[in-house]
Write a protein that binds this ligand. Structure first.
Ligand SMILES: C[S@@+](CC[C@H](N)C(=O)[O-])C[C@H]1O[C@@H](n2cnc3c(N)ncnc32)[C@H](O)[C@@H]1O
Length: 170
């Protein structure tokens, strides 16, 4: 995603992940970016530091309380008028799942769009646009990928919503 954004506009990118392999991919895709091996639950940035915060399926391995903590921090780090992008899955019970990319079962959490929007509104994010996309899991069950776009409205009156359809490949 950072690579696509940088192709459109010159941006200063800061990224964090717990996986060094994921950070290596990010460094190749965005050579000018600054990437840290860091736990999002313990991450700390100055208030109003970023123009935009992107959480691309970043909360899916966190439990509800952990995810709420990361979301609340993300809003704090966002400047007034800045944009939040958040994606997650809806439609299953949380639990450990086997995957093609890990030898150990991984914890996956599933969230509800209405609850997440409510939580974000309480924390200062408003003016939502959401895109929902059905996803057929390997076990034949269906989940829904949810993509939310919001704006930190405190102290700002301008409206922005991306108008183009977004194609997501997972
Ligand atoms: C589903 S992947 C999404 C990866 C990438 N953001 C994307 O959209 O392609 C979830 C990512 O969250 C990372 N992750 C899981 N728990 C984390 C945590 N506590 N702090 C930081 N990253 C975490 C994993 O290493 C993994 O790269």
């Amino acid at each position: 995603m950072a690579k696509q954004l940088c192709a459109v506009k010159r941006l200063k990118i800061t990224g964090i992940d717990l996986s060094s392999e994921m950070l290596e991919i990010a460094r190749v895709n965005v050579p000018d970016g600054i990437f840290h091996l860091q736990d999002s639950r313990k991450a700390s940035f100055s208030s109003e530091y970023f123009d935009a915060v992107v959480l691309s399926f970043s909360i899916v391995h966190l439990d509800d309380d952990e995810a709420n903590g990361v979301l609340a921090n993300a809003v704090k780090w966002l400047r007034s008028g800045g944009y939040l992008y958040l994606s997650f899955m809806e439609g299953k019970q949380p639990g450990f799942e086997t995957t093609s990319f890990s030898s150990q079962p991984l914890y996956f959490n599933y969230f509800q769009e209405t609850k997440i929007e409510e939580f974000l509104k309480e924390n200062g994010i408003d003016r939502f646009r959401s895109i929902r996309q059905d996803y057929l899991e390997l076990d034949g069950s269906n989940t829904t990928d949810v993509f939310l776009f919001g704006k930190k409205t405190i102290g700002s009156d301008t409206v922005f919503f991306p108008q183009k359809k977004i194609e997501v490949i997972r």
